[in-house]
Design a protein around this ligand. Structure first.
Ligand SMILES: [Zn+2]
Ligand SMILES: [Zn+2]
Length: 216
């Protein structure tokens, strides 16, 4: 297959979904006409409308971690696309406790099937050159997704604009999240765009300079 290098090959849509407005992303390869969905945290119809508009085949549904607001629509999206669900095994206990999580946050419970495959550190996502980075701390199985060719990081709830993920939920650990951020994320290209789990995007360089948790 030939590919015009001047044509950007990656297409990405990011939009908030679900009760806690988690940023869901669809990242696709325009040449292979395939895409992955990251963090289907709710609003399955909204996600599927975007998928249909992009006209790409969904080959995987990947989760940065298993808090309810990142996985609530996983079952519906799996049903609609036929794609398998991916999660780091460190978050299996959270996935299994979805009903408790929903009760705790007062969110209507919606059953989701179990993950189909475990994600490992430094795993190829088979989409746009993306790889996984295991970045525990917010949860034990928290993952970030790095697309080096496109200078793009999906950080889940590990890193936010001028802030970091909470570590006071079950399995959270402050020292661990700081190590993940400093050793796995802040070593990436400063120009790289960071899509965070909630709220606005940022860049690695901006957070290196302006994030009070990192720059101290
Ligand atoms: Zn979270
Ligand atoms: Zn979240």
């Amino acid at each position: 297959m030939t590919h015009d290098e001047t044509t950007p090959r990656l297409i990405r849509k990011t939009f908030p979904v679900g009760p806690l407005q988690c940023n869901c992303s669809i990242i696709g390869d325009l040449v292979l006409k395939q895409a992955i969905i990251v963090d289907p945290g709710g609003d399955a119809q909204k996600i599927m409308a975007q998928v249909d508009e992009m006209g790409l085949k969904i080959c995987a549904i990947v989760h940065t971690h298993a808090h309810l607001d990142h996985i609530l629509a996983a079952g519906e999206i799996k049903k609609a696309t036929g794609a398998p669900l991916f999660l780091h095994q460190g978050d299996q206990f959270l996935w299994d406790s979805l009903e408790d999580q929903c009760r705790m946050f007062g969110v209507p419970y919606q059953a989701v099937p179990g993950p189909d495959e475990w994600l490992h550190d430094d795993q190829d996502l088979n989409c746009c050159g993306g790889v996984t980075l295991h970045t525990p701390g917010h949860t034990p199985g928290s993952m970030s997704f790095w697309f080096a060719d496109h200078q793009l990081l999906i950080a889940g709830d590990t890193l936010f604009r001028r802030s970091i993920g909470r570590t006071d939920f079950p399995g959270g650990d402050f020292k661990t999240i700081m190590t993940s951020i400093k050793e796995r994320l802040m070593v990436l290209d400063e120009e790289a765009i960071v899509i965070t789990g909630h709220g606005p995007a940022t860049t690695i360089g901006e957070e290196l300079r302006e994030n009070p948790f990192i720059n101290s």
